[in-house]
Design a protein around this ligand. Structure first.
Ligand code: NI
Length: 175
């Protein structure tokens, strides 16, 4: 099931998310819905707070060509960051059509729990490294625009407020 994606500003996108304590049928359904929602958007990553669930779970797939590689990361933790930094033009499904350069460690090692409850660890580079850091930020209530200067951030936030007003009006008209 595709779930609606929250648009910034929304208090649920600013919350420190709670760890997942048990892998339940509901959690599996959430992961499946998040992947479906991400592919539908389309996007390369989605964190639970973006669908209104303030739990530490994210999904991603940064494969552009070739067979999909859906990943589900529960309680992800960055274990190591490279000193090398890289700049990517980032976007976010909760901040549609807005992009900005963000500098982050070029490589990271991340540990997490998978849907079978097993511990996993992997080193990410390139787009995967940027994506996993961006999504983990979501679990800490941080958005990519928080890395920008205050003027740029305010400009984007105002655009999103306007977009939300327009969408609310359209929804009201459709009723
Ligand atoms: Ni995002």
């Amino acid at each position: 099931m595709i779930r609606p994606i929250l648009i910034h500003p929304d208090p649920r996108l600013k919350k420190l998310c709670d760890p997942v304590t048990e892998i339940t049928a509901d959690l599996r359904q959430l992961a499946s819905d998040m992947l479906e929602t991400m592919y539908d958007a389309p996007g390369i990553g989605l964190a639970a707070p973006q669908v209104g669930v303030t739990r530490r779970i994210l999904v991603m797939d940064c494969i552009k060509d070739g067979p999909p590689e859906p990943m589900v990361l529960i309680n992800p933790v960055v274990l190591w960051r490279s000193e090398d930094l890289t700049v990517y033009e980032e976007g976010c499904l909760s901040i549609p059509d807005q992009y900005a350069d963000v500098k982050r460690p070029a490589e990271v090692t991340v540990g997490w729990i998978d849907l079978d409850g097993a511990e996993q660890e992997r080193q990410f580079a390139g787009l995967w490294a940027t994506c996993v850091q961006h999504e983990i930020d979501h679990l800490d209530g941080r958005l990519f625009i928080d890395y920008l200067g205050p003027l740029k951030r305010q400009m984007i936030t105002r655009k999103m407020e306007k977009l939300k007003r327009e969408r609310a009006r359209e929804a009201a008209d459709a009723r």
